[in-house]
Design a protein around this ligand. Structure first.
Ligand code: PMP
Length: 453
């Protein structure tokens, strides 16, 4: 093949795209799309494709990642230094490495009270998978093995593996892969813009709490292991719950001995303006899953934080915890996470996320007058612009064409989730870059193509 005939670094953009189409199976990919984009370099909030085209990355490397921006030598150096010293050694049983030990301590120090122990994984789905197993194990060891049910929410995204995929609330992810991981029930998301359809004339939180209570009663309160939820729902289109939602959910779950898992894979490490968003929203979670912003994407790494009580129950005394990944606590990945946390701290990026939120709010405000914009939602350095075909009926308008126009006409890389256009830029983004992205979006929406009128 051409790859063997010439140095890999000399392949043209067209050659890379051709090889890509032939051999690479893309994750989360629409098979009908033959266009390929090969990203080869990044610096700050800019990335370049193989033919030298420059894109403004307002989606954190396309995936709510890249908190500290692209091309940071501090993280590259941390990886190289650690790999020269020790890249990896097992963390099973009595072994660990210095990086994973000190990173665990650091995550606990930053975490809300009551989260005192850390288990490392390779990413988000594995963290959710782990949290589910730990929740069941906890109840099992405490003599309540019948607690096997999980509650999640429609349009939640929790991953694509067996259990995390079952908890994910997008209909398509469940098709054709059954029999699925069983015992997952889903309730409505806290979507205030769509509340008039869901619960006309009622307080949204009242409705959601009643629905959750009914669901728990239907399953049987003593059969439920845990509820999982993103503090702010990312993939659902940046849904920010009412202030009383999580405290009331927490209270209801506690009354029935049900654990709460906060999925902070998107929200953690500054995305919404806090180290852990669940703390800001009164979740008081028993388990917290993190990934993405933990390393800004420079190395694959995830973690589950939990209370002492859970850790002691599932892995204390004579108990053998039969769960672990080869790369749990990978030394080089943990060193990268340390360097990433150093930058977040030294550059005040968690606070800066709130400032980016102010810029996003100001820059996106003019969009509210456009006929196809239903609602603009901002939580720190992330924004969702929900599109509608008609503002009166709130009929959703799919946003895929907006992503394409932003990219091809304005060189801005955002992302759509159904009818919501999402931005989640690196926290180092500048005000002019925010303004450029917002103006590009306004321009695309003003010149709505005929095919979508
Ligand atoms: N939870 C949330 C909230 C996510 O957004 C994602 C990924 N987008 C995941 C879990 C799954 O993480 P991963 O893709 O790393 O497996």
């Amino acid at each position: 093949s051409v790859v063997n005939e010439m140095p890999r670094t000399m392949l043209t953009a067209a050659q890379l795209a051709e090889i890509d189409r032939r051999v690479l199976v893309h994750p989360h990919h629409h098979g009908g799309r033959s266009k390929r984009i090969t990203i080869v370099r990044g610096d700050g909030c800019t990335v370049w494709d193989a033919s030298g085209v420059e894109l403004l990355d307002v989606m954190g490397a396309g995936n709510w990642v890249a908190q500290v921006g692209h091309g940071r030598p501090e993280l590259a150096d941390a990886a190289a230094r650690q790999m020269r010293k020790l890249a990896y050694y097992t963390g099973f049983d009595i072994f660990a490495n210095d990086q994973s030990i000190t990173l665990a301590q650091r995550l606990v120090d930053l975490a809300p009270d009551g989260l005192d122990r850390v288990f490392f994984t390779n990413g988000g789905s594995e963290s959710v998978e782990t949290a589910f197993k730990f929740a069941r194990l906890y109840h099992h060891h405490r003599g309540e093995p019948e607690r096997v049910w999980f509650i999640s929410r429609n349009f939640a995204y929790h991953g694509c593996t067996y259990a995390s995929g079952a908890a994910t609330g997008f209909p398509g992810i469940h098709e054709g892969i059954g029999p699925e991981f069983p015992n997952v029930a889903r309730v409505s998301p806290p979507h205030s813009y769509r509340a008039p359809d869901t619960c006309p004339g009622r307080d949204l939180t009242d409705f959601l709490i009643e629905e959750l209570a009914t669901t728990i009663e239907r399953i049987g309160p003593s059969n439920v292991a845990a509820m999982i939820g993103e503090p702010v729902m990312g993939g659902a289109g940046v849904l920010i719950p009412p202030a009383d939602y999580w405290p009331r959910v927490r209270e209801l779950l506690s009354r029935h001995g049900i654990l709460l898992i906060a999925d902070e894979i998107v929200t953690g490490f500054g995305r919404t303006g806090a180290w852990y968003d669940s703390a800001e929203r009164g979740m008081q979670a028993d388990l917290v899953t993190v990934a993405k912003g933990l390393t800004s994407g420079y190395a694959p790494l995830g973690a589950v934080l939990m209370s002492d009580a859970i850790a002691e129950t599932i892995a204390g005394g004579d108990t053998y915890l039969f769960h672990g990944h080869t790369y749990s606590g990978h030394a080089a990945a943990c060193a990268v996470a340390h360097a990433n946390l150093d930058l977040l701290e030294q550059e005040g990026l968690v606070d800066r996320s709130r400032t980016v939120g102010t810029w996003l709010r100001e820059a996106l405000a003019p969009l509210a007058d456009l006929p196809n914009v239903g609602e603009v939602r901002v939580a720190g350095a992330t924004a969702g612009v929900e599109l509608v075909a008609d503002r009166d009926t709130r009929e959703p308008l799919m946003a895929d064409w907006v992503t394409v126009a932003l990219r091809d006409e304005h060189r801005v890389a955002a992302r759509e989730y159904g009818n919501t256009l999402v931005m989640a830029p690196p926290l180092v983004i500048s005000r002019p870059e925010v303004d450029r992205a917002a103006q590009a979006l306004a321009d695309v929406l003003r010149r709505r193509p005929a095919s979508h009128s």
